[in-house]
Design a protein around this ligand. Structure first.
Ligand code: SF4
Length: 273
């Protein structure tokens, strides 16, 4: 049913161990509006890291993933180079020349692919935090970067975990204890079709504060997004409106019945990446 886009190979933490300590493998850095979750509507610079342990999307229970994180197209950048690029993105776009406010902490969203595969992430978020940035990390929760839990990284970054179905059991399995303890919010993807593995909800939601759980309806594409195309919910040639609407209605019902929060991919309404 889903058009598989930018399928890749699966990579593990070992793949990144050959890179120098103060570097990350980066796919892209760009200014946008955060479209989902607790920072929805915030100006944000996205740092998209390359590679995912579920890169083979069609067999890893992520066939609807529209993100291009192909590991072979990543570039190794030092922390200084990434920080400099983030600042360039911000400074070049302020409406107000000479913008200056010491109490403002611009938002950096570190996403992927899967950011937690790169163990240098822990040093990087401490580095960025020291430069005055507010940080959000988006992860599938399959693992934490080395020392993330030991170093209490929730002091430096807000972690949003969007768990995925296990490709073998076709069900949600429990997250590791250290992931449960480290995450700030869960984002659960839902599909209205009763035969979809994403129709169910993970059992562990009952142990969480409902206000920390976002329910996010899957967007259904009817063709692939072109390399230079910005996906838009208004593009009926791209989006299967009826199936997407059914997912929205299903997500709204789940939220109404359980006190969870609804999270739409609002960047798709805005025409931004
Ligand atoms: S885990 Fe996330 S980034 Fe990786 S393929 Fe699945 S949805 Fe895409």
């Amino acid at each position: 049913m889903y058009e598989v886009q930018y399928s890749d190979t699966n990579v593990s933490p070992k793949y990144y161990s050959k890179f120098a300590e103060n570097t990350l493998l980066v796919k892209s850095i760009f200014l946008t509006i955060q479209g989902e979750g607790p920072f929805v509507g915030h100006q944000a610079v996205f740092v998209r890291l390359a590679g995912c342990n579920r890169g083979q999307k069609e067999v890893m229970e992520c066939p609807w993933c529209d993100t291009d994180f192909r590991v072979g197209t990543g570039k190794i950048l030092t922390f200084e180079e990434i920080s400099s690029k983030i600042q360039q993105e911000l400074i070049s776009t302020y409406f107000y020349p000479n913008y200056h406010n010491d109490s403002y902490r611009p938002l950096v969203v570190i996403t992927g692919g899967e950011p937690m595969l790169q163990d240098n992430l822990v040093s990087f978020i401490k580095y960025l935090s020291g430069k005055g940035f507010q940080i959000q990390i988006e992860s599938n929760g399959d693992r934490l970067a080395k020392d993330y839990f030991k170093d209490a990284c929730w002091d430096y970054a807000t972690l949003i975990v969007s768990p995925k179905i296990h490709p073998g059991t076709k069900t949600y399995q429990n997250l590791k204890d250290e992931v449960h303890c480290s995450l700030n919010y869960l984002k659960i993807l839902v599909d209205a079709r009763s035969d979809s593995h994403y129709h169910q909800l993970p059992n562990y939601l009952t142990t969480k504060n409902p206000a920390s759980i976002y329910i996010s309806p899957l967007t259904v594409y009817q063709r692939r997004v072109e390399e230079d195309e910005v996906a838009s919910i208004w593009n009926k040639d791209l989006i299967d409106v009826d199936k997407t609407r059914a997912n929205y209605e299903y997500a709204a019902e789940i939220c109404m019945r359980n006190g969870f929060r609804l999270s739409l991919q609002t960047h798709l309404f805005l025409g931004v990446n």
